[in-house]
Design a protein around this ligand. Structure first.
Ligand code: TRP
Length: 337
């Protein structure tokens, strides 16, 4: 019975790299939406630690951030009983299918990936093979679970498109092995921009413009007070992303954490100017993140609990992943054990 119900649900999968501390953009743009979809879908969410080492990491930091990321997922309301939460490197099938898919991904395709071009420009001293073939591993992450939907941000759409090309190529040769996944761009997903450079996405690489989930309230308050607004003369709170990107971004954030509409926000701050608006956004964000930070801090101390979650998650994920991997190995001609 339980199994039938599970099968009827569409499958959803996504991952975040533990390459930096989780920030408001991850929470509002991804994790919060995952929580909302718990009941509707059969969900797989993972820490993409294998992707993270395409850029050099300090081992202790990677370990800490991976566990902290899991703690934040759970503290944000992602129920580990209802979602499969796991660490990518614990499910060996990712590396294995990743290798196979490398052989079905073209040099030319990989060369066109904008993330590869950006990252190799930023890390000139370490343009390694993994950085280049990363999309083949990402395709394996996805295809092992035969998901219907892959919720990703704008910057990952190209990788999901490449994954779709791989599916077409592979299925074209071997028959219907992989389900064709769709990128899933949520209707109401907030796209959070940098507080100091509102034309760029919020990112840890610009820390003054980035609010971290585990950050102290006073630091968050300071970042919002210093957020750039706009140099126009009207100095009023009005949603106009083209001409007022800074204020519009703050409105997006405020709307996302309070549930208010842009109209309501404009009315609320009519005649008050940016001096009142910026700290109000900061306060609202602080209150949204407070319970998550407190619960995540508690969970991080509870090593046994986290271990239980990631072990169970890896076991569930591995069971599903193995079925796909077996099928693939058979199709390409490997002798079965
Ligand atoms: N590449 C994604 C990022 O950098 C993370 C990721 C890895 C991912 N594998 C995935 C996302 C599979 C969705 C599905 O953000």
């Amino acid at each position: 019975m339980e199994d039938n119900v599970r099968q009827a649900k569409k499958v959803m999968l996504s991952g975040i790299q533990p390459s930096g501390d989780l920030q408001l953009g991850n929470y509002l743009g991804a994790i919060r939406n995952w929580v909302a979809r718990t009941e509707e879908f059969d969900n797989y969410y993972f820490m993409a630690d294998m992707h993270t080492i395409t850029v050099r990491q300090t081992p202790a930091d990677l370990r800490r951030r991976t566990l902290e990321q899991l703690a934040i997922y759970i503290a944000s309301g992602l129920d580990p009983e209802k979602n499969t939460l796991f660490i990518q490197s614990h499910v060996h099938q990712h590396a294995e299918l990743g290798w196979v898919l490398n052989c079905y991904t073209m040099f030319g395709e990989l060369s066109r990936m904008t993330q590869f071009k950006d990252k190799s420009a930023r890390h000139k001293e370490n343009i390694n093979g993994g950085l280049f073939t990363y999309p083949a591993l990402m395709a394996a992450d996805i295809l092992l679970y035969q998901p219907d939907f892959v919720p990703v941000g704008e910057d990952q759409k190209q990788h999901v498109e490449l994954c779709r090309n791989i599916v077409q190529r592979f299925n074209g040769i071997y028959g219907d092995v992989f389900k064709m996944p769709e990128p899933y761009i949520p209707k109401a997903g907030a796209r959070v921009m940098c507080l100091t450079e509102p034309d760029s996405k919020m990112s840890k690489s610009l820390p003054d413009g980035c609010v971290f989930v585990m950050e102290k309230p006073e630091d968050i308050a300071r970042k919002f007070k210093r957020a750039v607004t706009d140099s126009d003369t009207e100095r009023c709170v009005r949603y106009d992303p083209a001409n007022k990107p800074g204020v519009s971004n703050l409105m997006t954030i405020y709307a996302a954490v309070t549930g208010k509409s842009y109209d309501e926000i404009e009315t609320e701050f009519a005649g008050l100017g940016y001096g009142a608006f910026k700290p109000a956004v900061g306060e609202a964000v602080i209150e949204t993140l407070r319970p998550i930070r407190e619960e995540a801090s508690r969970l991080i101390q509870d090593k046994a609990y986290l271990e239980g979650v990631y072990r169970a998650g890896a076991e569930k994920a591995s069971y599903v992943a193995e079925k796909t991997l077996r099928k693939v190995y058979k199709k390409v001609g490997f002798v079965q054990r």
